[in-house]
Write a protein that binds this ligand. Structure first.
Ligand code: NAD
Length: 275
């Protein structure tokens, strides 16, 4: 009944279920991440743009959890893409987190209009060589962005972190990523509350069948379809609920029925429009 780990294409392992802190108020972050660590989460997903790396770092420091047992991801924001600016941004993130390395560093968005993601990736390759980011990956990359990266740089990203939930499965980029050994991290795994996944009959039925909540069913769907995910909640009881998903399994029919919910389109911005 513990969190499975996934082996990335560089040999490092990542807990498949973690905790995300997008929109977690910086003033509340330490309390919230402290709660998450107490509940049992060991994988935390933050980003420079969330403005809460210091709060995450404070919670990690006071927790007493061994550094080896943690998996910490942060991300390079768009306006710091480039070579020197990426190095500087990375230093700032490490400093704020109070860490001497992160487990994973991601390019947050391709920002194709700026045309700096290839150059930035080469900077991340150097950061990885330095050992201060154990793994490097990308976020919100579509197939053309991945094709360019694979064609023009040396290291294959370990993950592509994309918006993904049963109503928006991004099959094209997911398949392309997996074919190249890039694991999928699903952001907005519960539809961010913007898409009413929990009201879908197939989700509600499966929840009733297993005596679990709709959120737990959606989390199981992600786990069983191979996604890495880190649902977010400020509330401790939901952190517990979202972590309590290892005592049941969806049938292959239930997984297929939930996969058939594909329809909504993205609930957030298109990657080509975020700069
Ligand atoms: P999410 O799908 O995890 O939804 C979070 C919301 O769902 C919560 O605010 C809460 O309202 C609700 N919720 C959570 N648990 C629930 C439960 N058990 N029952 C009912 N409602 C529940 O969306 P998210 O936070 O946007 O995504 C998760 C993480 O992904 C983020 O925290 C962040 O780390 C990452 N993320 C990355 C990007 C990116 O561009 N790379 C973008 C958005 C999010």
């Amino acid at each position: 009944n513990s969190v499975p780990t996934i082996t990335l294409n560089d040999g490092h392992t990542i807990p498949q279920l973690g905790f995300g802190v997008f929109k977690v108020d910086p003033a509340e972050t330490t309390r919230i991440v402290r709660d998450a660590l107490e509940v049992g989460y060991r994988h935390i997903d933050t980003a420079a743009i969330y403005g809460n790396e210091e709060g995450v770092g404070a919670a990690l420091a006071e927790s007493g959890v061994a550094r080896d047992d943690l998996f910490i991801t942060t991300k390079l924001w768009n306006d710091r893409q480039g070579t020197e600016s990426a190095f500087a941004a990375f230093e700032e993130s490490l400093e704020k987190l109070g860490l001497d390395y992160v487990d994973m560093y991601l390019i947050h968005w391709p920002a194709p209009a700026n045309d700096k993601f290839v150059e930035s990736w080469k900077a991340l390759e150097k950061i990885r060589e330095s050992g201060r980011a154990r793994s490097i990956g990308v976020s919100n990359f579509l197939v053309p962005h991945l094709e360019r990266l694979l064609g023009e740089t040396d290291i294959v990203p370990v993950v592509n972190q994309i918006e993904l939930h049963p109503a928006h499965q991004q099959r094209e980029v997911t398949e392309f990523s997996r074919e190249h050994g890039v694991h999928i991290e699903a952001w907005g795994p519960l539809g961010q509350g913007k898409y009413p996944l929990f009201d879908e009959l197939v989700v509600a039925d499966a929840a009733q069948e297993h005596g679990k909540s709709p959120a737990q069913v959606v989390i199981r769907w992600h786990l069983q379809t191979g996604n890495i995910l880190f649902p977010k909640s400020n509330r401790r009881e939901r952190m517990i609920e979202n972590f309590d998903v290892f005592d049941f399994e969806l049938s292959s029919t239930e997984v297929a029925m939930i996969s058939s919910l594909e329809r909504a389109g993205r609930v957030s911005a298109h990657p080509n429009d975020v700069n």
